[in-house]
Ligand binder design. Structure first.
Ligand SMILES: NC(=O)c1ccc[n+]([C@@H]2O[C@H](COP(=O)([O-])OP(=O)(O)OC[C@H]3O[C@@H](n4cnc5c(N)ncnc54)[C@H](O)[C@@H]3O)[C@@H](O)[C@H]2O)c1
Length: 321
């Protein structure tokens, strides 16, 4: 496995993180492609043994066993037309595509979509697996709520110069932050989300044409109801899932790294606490991808192309501004 050869396309924020994960798993044959030489120099400064290229066409494709695509979604059609017919595993950063039409067209260029997955790292949280099991055992309707908020000016001060700033490059809160929590709602509830309503708009982030907040409500199967809300200007950050049932309430807080349960006014029972940071979730995700590459094993927690397309279908339910 360690001798497998992985090509990371896109050496920006996420490309760098995936290279770090691959290195932690002892992968020594890593190549990296980015037209921006300054990004490649930054990769080289940390790992001199990574082969860097400004153009995918300079790579011998037969030497590559798998690809990690960490470029903005508007670049993917060109990339997939070039590598999609090779039938090699591809890990795509989320969201899979610009929108639903773009996703369906992209999939047509992928010869073996069963070997391709999309990165939604919350799916790798053991605490969320415990919550998923707990939801599975609820026999009465419940209310599912999740909130996600990030102070983008602080964590991505250059956002106005990145893909985030334009709808044409897949930017804005719906594709960026909300897509994580739409996927999570589908993953945790394991039932169709229907009757979707999305309120969205731009409230605070200046210099962009894109949405910076959204509230989404939906039905879960025939009994339960859900609500997902978020924005990218909030201080402090937020990343929570609450499941309210007649038997009691589960609280997952990714930032405090806790899963608790409470069925009275005073005492909170800790189900699981500590030990899971974002880096670990990214590592687990890459570890699962390497299992797919090396052993053709699709971990049930990885997001498939079809599931990622379902996520884009939900985003597509937004009402026009
Ligand atoms: N999983 C997460 O939590 C998470 C977080 C942030 C971003 N993302 C996703 O990751 C993707 C990239 O985001 P980012 O924050 O790393 O962006 P970024 O702007 O930091 O990096 C993107 C890189 O892609 C390069 N690039 C552009 N076109 C290219 C091409 N044709 N070939 C090779 N490289 C090319 C750019 O030069 C840039 O270095 C987006 O789809 C985004 O939605 C995921």
């Amino acid at each position: 496995m360690k001798s497998t050869s992985v090509c990371v396309i896109g050496a920006g924020g996420m490309g760098k993180k995936h290279i770090a994960s691959l290195s932690r798993f002892g992968i020594t044959r890593i190549s990296c492609v980015d037209p921006d030489k300054s990004k490649l120099n930054a990769i080289k400064a940390n790992a001199t043994d990574i082969s860097c290229y400004t153009n995918l066409e300079k790579i011998q494709l037969e030497d590559i066993d798998s690809f990690v695509v960490a470029t903005p979604v508007n670049t993917r059609m060109e990339l997939v037309k070039y590598i999609g017919s090779l039938q090699k595993p591809i890990f795509f950063e989320k969201p899979f595509a610009l929108d639903i039409e773009n996703a369906i067209e992209l999939k047509e260029y992928i010869a073996d979509a069963s070997k391709c997955v999309v990165g939604f790292p919350r799916r790798m949280s053991k605490k969320l697996h415990l919550l998923k099991n707990a939801i599975d055992q609820l026999d009465k309707p419940y209310v599912y709520q999740s909130v996600f908020a990030q102070d983008f000016k602080k964590y991505r001060p250059d956002f106005a110069q990145t893909y985030y700033a334009s709808n044409s490059t897949g930017g804005g809160f719906l594709n960026d932050g909300l897509s994580h929590h739409i996927d999570l709602a589908m993953f945790l509830n394991d039932a169709p989300l229907n009757n979707i309503n999305i309120m969205h708009g731009n409230m605070n982030l200046e210099t962009t044409e894109v949405d910076d907040f959204a509230h989404m409500s939906f039905d879960i199967g025939s009994k339960s109801r859900g609500f997902v809300s978020g924005n990218q200007f909030q201080k402090p950050n937020d990343d929570k899932v609450t499941v309210i049932s007649a038997a009691g309430t589960f609280y997952f807080d990714r930032i405090k790294d806790t899963l608790t349960f409470q069925d009275n006014d005073t005492h909170e029972r800790v189900i699981s606490s500590g030990g899971e940071n974002w880096e670990l979730l990214l590592d687990r995700q890459i570890e699962c991808f390497l299992q797919l590459v090396g052993h053709n094993l699709l971990d049930e927690n990885l997001c498939t192309i079809n599931q990622a397309i379902e996520c884009l279908k939900i985003i597509d339910c937004k009402q026009s501004n």
